[in-house]
Design a protein around this ligand. Structure first.
Ligand SMILES: NC(=O)c1ccc[n+]([C@@H]2O[C@H](COP(=O)([O-])OP(=O)(O)OC[C@H]3O[C@@H](n4cnc5c(N)ncnc54)[C@H](O)[C@@H]3O)[C@@H](O)[C@H]2O)c1
Length: 591
């Protein structure tokens, strides 16, 4: 097949345009670079030369390849030069009128078959196309910054774009060694549509002082494996850019969750735009620097001494309980593993032994360490044995009646002054506390699955939790090598409150036939560096578990945008719960 678009014009050679020009020339195509005036053209050429020299220094390109590549790029300031191109990619600043005027000009200059693409992030491709007499040959090509490392390209079709043109554009993207995903013309397309709603919620969470900026960022990095926390990412993207994208999204969706959080407007008004101005949510060494100088490094430290914890009891015999026992035993704490029967407790200890064995096999643990950890764990078949422990962590079924009954039992048994913790992920901690006569000693310790591997613990204080109890748990987390983040007792805590609305948005995108499961997963992995796409994650977590968390969040905040997507409810009703049943958003049985 003939390679699509042998000659490409790139109009606007700034951050994106220069990157696109190099990527296109690298594929062997001729590139006609066009800037606003001669001075800008000279600067653009210098930028391209510098960037490619850097690529040679980094061994991403040989000197010969660079010479060939540069020979294929011409840079000037006459828009008329675009007449020789098969495809024109516009990368000028994000202003609708500027782009519309440019497209009207290009429409006049270029032969009727030339395809015109806009690099817009948040403007309507349809409105830009409407400035021409060939809206069927206009589309969006949304590259990501920096173009040389980011593999994703969103190929945006309007209702008027001819399918063949979008197919050619996708083939062109693949030929540049990029991964194209198909998207419709909607503010934010796939990646930013999902990303910015989440960033906005994180900004709002910080603004409401629910948690500190460091804790919000650490929670998302360590709890979800994201490459950056949301507030640090807002600083990188630019608070002004984020606000503009959100405004455009709100304009189209009228979803309050897209209305920019007031703090974004305040920061923009104050000129605190993020890294580029040296200050945004964090303060940086200098404008353009990535080094935050006022960020608290490491986990939160208590400001008063905690209670002494020498022995620990863990209630439960499931995955979380066994994982939590492993965490404490490996850190040298004697642990009573308390289950409803001696048999269940013994089985859980056997499970723990297998887990430790796997660590030994993988070379992460020595045989001596395994034996020492196992020797510290005593399985017990009744809660009465917990009388003398200093801390109890409850990890039984996620059912409020069951947990309340257990807390009432612990209240009668455990010595005064012991800390009683629940590892619930979606029930109110205060409801566990109020089942006891000592709510000041009750706190949430939300571990993540698998507990031995996941660094994060959300430390959830209720309105009645005593400050030294919070201090005890913060200190203890450090001793068992976990990273604690502090938050209040409301639905979802930090991680789930930010993660599940994003997953729900992805389901809604699918339900509206905006993009496919594969395209959405690919887009989030390549566009944001996420370890898993939203549908992969939903299938792993379980659709039933996800639905419950979304319902709890909606019930708590009554935000219409948080209502669970009907498609998720339908899949759960049909018994498609994800990997555990063989089918969820994907059919795992057939793979
Ligand atoms: N920066 C990003 O992270 C990013 C990522 C994806 C998409 N985008 C989008 O890409 C587009 C370009 O953004 P950018 O960050 O490269 O902007 P930029 O400001 O770095 O570059 C814009 C360039 O266009 C030139 N220009 C202005 N008017 C012109 C005209 N009439 N004719 C020719 N050139 C003209 C400017 O001189 C400048 O060099 C925008 O639509 C933006 O939303 C940006």
């Amino acid at each position: 097949m003939e390679r699509p678009f042998p000659t490409v014009a790139v109009v606007g050679l700034g951050t994106m345009g220069a990157g696109v020009a190099v990527a296109v020339a690298k594929s062997g195509r001729r590139v006609i670079g066009i800037e606003a005036d001669e001075a800008s053209a000279a600067r653009a050429l210098a930028r391209i030369e510098e960037a490619t020299a850097h690529a040679v220094a980094r061994e991403r390109l040989t000197a010969e390849e660079r010479a060939g590549l540069l020979a294929r790029i011409s840079v000037g300031s006459a828009l008329d030069a675009a007449a020789a191109a098969d495809l024109v990619i516009e990368e000028v600043p994000e202003r609708l009128e500027l782009k519309r005027e440019l497209f009207a000009e290009l429409d006049r200059i270029c032969p009727p078959e030339t395809v015109l693409a806009t690099g817009t992030t948040a403007l309507s491709v349809t409105r830009i196309a409407a400035a021409t007499a060939r809206p069927d040959r206009v589309l969006g090509l949304h590259f990501f910054n920096p173009v040389h490392t980011m593999k994703l390209v969103e190929v945006v079709r309007t209702v008027l774009t001819t399918p063949r043109v979008a197919e050619d554009a996708a083939a062109f993207a693949r030929d540049l060694d990029k991964e194209p995903v198909a998207a419709g013309d909607r503010a934010g397309f796939v990646v930013n549509g999902l990303l910015f709603a989440y960033l906005n919620q994180a900004a709002a969470m910080y603004e409401s002082r629910y948690a500190t900026r460091e804790d919000i960022d650490a929670a998302m990095r360590l709890g979800c494996g994201l490459p950056m926390g949301p507030l640090a990412l807002l600083d990188l993207i630019g608070v002004d850019t984020a606000r503009t994208v959100l405004e455009a999204m709100y304009e189209q969706s009228r979803d309050r969750l897209h209305a920019p959080a007031p703090i974004l407007g305040q920061l923009v008004s104050a000129g605190l735009l993020g890294r580029k101005t040296g200050r945004g949510f964090y303060t940086y060494e200098a404008p353009g620097s990535s080094r935050a100088v006022d960020a608290q490094t490491g986990p939160a430290r208590p400001d008063l001494p905690g209670r002494e914890v020498r022995t620990v009891g863990v209630c439960g015999s499931g995955t979380m309980a066994t994982g939590i026992v492993e965490v404490f035993a490996k850190a040298g704490y004697p642990v009573l593993l308390a289950a409803r029967s001696q048999e269940k407790a013994e089985t859980a200890k056997a499970q723990l032994a297998r887990s430790l064995e796997r660590s030994v096999a993988k070379g992460r643990l020595s045989e001596e360490q395994r034996d020492a950890a196992l020797a510290l764990v005593t399985p017990v078949g009744q809660y009465g044995e917990l009388a003398e422990v200093d801390l109890v962590v409850e990890a039984v079924a996620e059912d409020l009646a069951v947990k309340r009954e257990l807390f009432a039992t612990l209240d009668k048994i455990v010595k005064p002054g012991a800390v009683l913790a629940t590892t619930t992920s979606s029930l109110p901690v205060i409801s566990c506390a109020s089942a006891t006569s000592r709510p000041q000693d009750v706190i949430g310790m939300h571990f993540f699955n698998p507990a031995p591997a996941m660094k994060l613990v959300e430390v959830v204080s209720t309105v009645l939790t005593a400050p030294d109890v919070t201090a005890t748990v913060l200190e203890l987390c450090a001793k068992v090598r976990k990273h604690p983040v502090e938050c209040g007792d409301r639905a979802g805590f930090i991680v789930n409150a930010l993660l599940f609305p994003y997953l729900n948005d992805a389901v809604r995108m699918l339900q509206e036939h905006y993009a496919t499961v594969d395209d959405i997963d690919t887009a989030m992995k390549l566009g944001c560096g996420y370890p898993m796409g939203p549908f992969e994650l939903l299938d792993v977590v379980g659709l039933d578990v996800s639905l419950t968390i979304e319902q709890v969040l909606h019930q708590e905040f009554r935000e219409p945008g948080l209502a669970a997507a009907p498609l998720l409810e339908h899949l759960v009703a049909a018994g498609c719960l994800g990997r555990k049943t063989g089918r969820g958003f994907r059919d795992h049985a057939r793979r």
